[in-house]
Design a protein around this ligand. Structure first.
Ligand SMILES: [Zn+2]
Length: 160
């Protein structure tokens, strides 16, 4: 049996008026931000789901129910730390992460390196094992109209 397993995570949040938009654990100045029960960090939510998927551990929603008061406004760094700890306890380790963010706003380019470094820190990875790509919705659908932001992540996980 191969030691490697792959997981996929997708997360969509509605965008609304805001002063900042937290993505990948970094607060980006923006006039729109995600509306969500926690901090709405679609990047970290997609990454957590990708890691849990690779580990065969269901998904973020079953670990941290969005109807639980304790998770209201919660910093998604906490979710990543918990996911990282669960994988470690199961003898698994995240090897690499690749993320695509689709949104009209905010623009990620200027913040990409800071976000990669933050995610690398959370999962104890070299920064070049974390990648982040930004795309627009080409004016189409809820992404293109600027109503939503979607993050898609793949995680490679290996047994230690
Ligand atoms: Zn989310």
């Amino acid at each position: 049996m191969s030691k490697h397993r792959i997981g996929l995570g997708i997360d969509l949040h509605r965008l609304g008026p805001a002063k900042t938009c937290r993505l990948g654990g970094v607060d980006i100045p923006s006039d729109v931000g995600p509306i969500g029960h926690s901090d709405g960090d679609a990047v970290l939510h997609a990454i957590c789901d990708a890691c849990l998927g690779a580990a065969g551990m269901d998904d973020l929603g079953s670990l941290f129910p969005d109807d639980a008061a304790v998770n209201a406004g919660r910093n998604s760094d906490d979710f990543c730390k918990e996911v990282h700890a669960r994988l470690q306890a199961a003898g698994l380790r995240v090897q690499s992460l690749d993320v695509v963010v689709e949104a009209e706003r905010p623009k990620l380019k200027a913040h990409r390196q800071e976000i990669r470094e933050h995610i690398a820190d959370l999962f104890d990875l070299p920064v070049d094992h974390v990648n982040l790509k930004g795309k627009t919705g080409e004016g189409l659908g809820e992404i293109g109209r600027g109503e939503a932001i979607r993050a898609t992540a793949v995680a490679l996980v290996a047994s230690t």
